[in-house]
Design a protein around this ligand. Structure first.
Ligand code: MG
Length: 388
């Protein structure tokens, strides 16, 4: 059997590490051609020693210089800077690119891989949010395939296998509710540590904060819209605190197909890497007799204003989702740096959306301009609200 040759962008992050676990677990099926990190060179070096990639990329230039001094390579080519993401995404002879990069930084590499007609397993949802039409059009033009990695979207994708696309009536997008689902206290006073304590999922910091504000669920509704071509008003968000049902699809005849499993990112990552095949995955089987109950509830839009902000930006379309995502990135990192309060995140995003003059059918340059404009506005707001 020929091995599937893969490139992992963002290999030292949470998605990248889980992906490499999958590579080790299904021995002999996947070959690692390339890896990238922003600045975690110690971890990258360990991954090089174990997986022997042909090339690696280090985005941060100081880290690149340090890496060159500390870990001389023989046999592995080292690229550096932002461009290294594109260089790695377009490496020769690859079968699949997994993008686990966080934020807008992943967009150029995503587009470059899709232009080549390459299969991309996409965990970097921000790229799809900011430039959804351009990403899907680029894939269509070249015949490239986009495979979802996000657990909810992997669930939807699994539910529609073998179904006629026109038969999808509605998507039911589930949400755990995050760490503050049952929280009755003052959200303006919650600490970074508390916001990072997700009840069900182990993930990177940015997405964990997005899960706490429910921004993540709004972003995921937009993501589902672009991945499956379903309008936002046919995507229903449902709180499901146990995170066992990862999402469901209702078809024209009223049948609902759902995908269930223990919440572990290894499964959706593995499905994207082995698709269309299924392989054993080292997560526990569901025990229905012991499950007792699965709960579902409507989300609290007042307690979590980010959700409505995301959905309305998604409905407006054009450059609005790019502004939403960029302002949110700035706000989330400012919260992680203890500069603003948890409840300042939606305030900053709302301000940027409110001041933005939307372009209806933006090209890439207009999207990138909206992105930097929103970052500047958000940074101004952070300065105003800053607690340190
Ligand atoms: Mg998700």
């Amino acid at each position: 059997m020929t091995k599937k040759r893969i490139i992992i962008l963002g290999s030292t992050g949470s998605i990248g590490e889980s992906a490499l676990k999958v590579v080790s677990a299904i021995k002999g099926e996947l070959e690692v051609l390339g890896l990238t990190t922003d600045r975690n060179i110690e971890k990258l070096q360990k991954q090089i020693a174990k997986y022997h990639p042909k090339s690696v990329g280090i985005v941060n230039l100081d880290s690149l210089a340090e890496f060159a001094g500390r870990y001389p390579q023989n046999g592995t080519k080292v690229c550096g800077g932002k461009e290294s993401l594109v260089e790695l995404a377009t490496l020769e002879n690859a079968d699949l690119v997994l993008s686990g990069v966080v934020g807008a930084a992943g967009l150029p590499a995503l587009l470059a891989a899709l232009k080549m007609g390459r299969t991309v397993a996409l965990a970097n949802k921000e790229s799809l949010i900011m430039a959804g039409s351009i990403v899907t059009e680029t894939a269509e033009k070249s015949g490239a395939t986009l495979l979802p990695v996000d657990s909810e979207h992997s669930a939807m994708f699994q539910c529609i296998q073998g179904q006629n696309n026109n038969a999808v009536k509605r998507i039911i997008l589930t949400a755990s509710g995050g760490p503050f689902y049952r929280y009755k206290g003052d959200l303006s006073k919650v600490t970074v540590k508390k916001a990072l304590a997700h009840p069900n999922w182990v993930m990177g910091k940015k997405i964990t904060i997005d899960s706490a504000t429910l921004m993540n669920k709004g972003l995921e509704a937009i993501e589902a819209h672009f991945l499956f071509g379903v309008p936002l008003d046919r995507i229903e968000i449902v709180i499901h605190p146990q995170s066992i049902v990862h999402s469901a699809v209702e078809f024209a005849d009223g049948s609902v197909i759902a995908q269930l499993s223990h919440p572990d990112m290894c499964l959706p990552i593995q499905y994207a890497l082995t698709y269309p095949n299924r392989r054993p995955c080292p997560i526990p089987s569901l025990d229905f007799a012991k499950m007792n109950r699965l709960d579902f509830a409507v989300p609290d839009f007042r307690k979590f204003p980010c959700l409505e902000l995301a959905l309305s930006a998604g409905r407006s379309g054009g450059t609005m989702p790019a502004v939403l995502s960029a302002a949110n990135e700035v706000a989330v990192y400012s919260f992680l740096e203890h500069r603003i309060k948890f409840t300042d995140i939606p305030r900053i995003v709302e301000k940027a959306l409110g001041q933005h003059k939307r372009t209806t059918h933006p090209d890439l340059a207009e999207i990138l301009e909206a992105d930097s404009w929103a970052r500047a506005i958000a940074k101004q707001q952070v300065k105003k609200l800053s607690v340190v």
